[in-house]
Design a protein around this ligand. Structure first.
Ligand SMILES: *[C@@H]1O[C@H](CO)[C@@H](O)[C@H](O)[C@H]1NC(C)=O
Length: 124
């Protein structure tokens, strides 16, 4: 096989295998990550603790984006929640949350609703 053909073959097989692996993610399709907010401070502004939970028991989840409205970056470390654009925030720098892992962060402001927008399951 020529070198570039071999390379194409490698790309093809890795694509085939990764889609096969992600196919397992289908088991988690109805099990997307959840966001739960709990008020933990009652001053002005109030303080909320946000829990991001990968409910999938089999697959890490990556690239969790939230619909975060006008959430200001200054309220939280971008390592935990990075404001990418208006209405688009990414959790944990897009890095994986292990199966059943939760991460938490707090912010002090009136409440922002932050429903999950998109994510990917990465199955091994
Ligand atoms: C959020 O705030 C609560 C209450 O002040 C505190 O117990 C908790 O440790 C904080 N969590 C984080 C992730 O900073």
């Amino acid at each position: 096989m020529e070198k570039h053909q071999f390379y194409k073959f490698l790309v093809w097989t890795s694509v085939a295998f990764s889609s096969l692996h992600c196919g397992l993610g289908i088991k988690c399709a109805s099990n997307g990550p959840t966001i739960q907010q709990t008020q933990v401070g009652y001053g002005n502004p109030p303080k909320y603790m946000v829990e991001v939970y990968n409910r999938c028991p089999m697959c890490p989840v990556i690239n969790i984006h939230l619909k975060c409205g006008s959430f200001p970056q200054a309220l939280v470390s971008p390592r935990l929640l990075k404001v990418v654009a208006f209405g688009d925030c990414v959790v944990n720098g897009g890095l994986p949350l292990a199966p059943l892992q939760k991460i938490f962060f707090n912010y002090s402001h009136s409440k922002y609703l932050m429903p999950p927008a998109t994510w990917y399951f990465q199955c091994e």
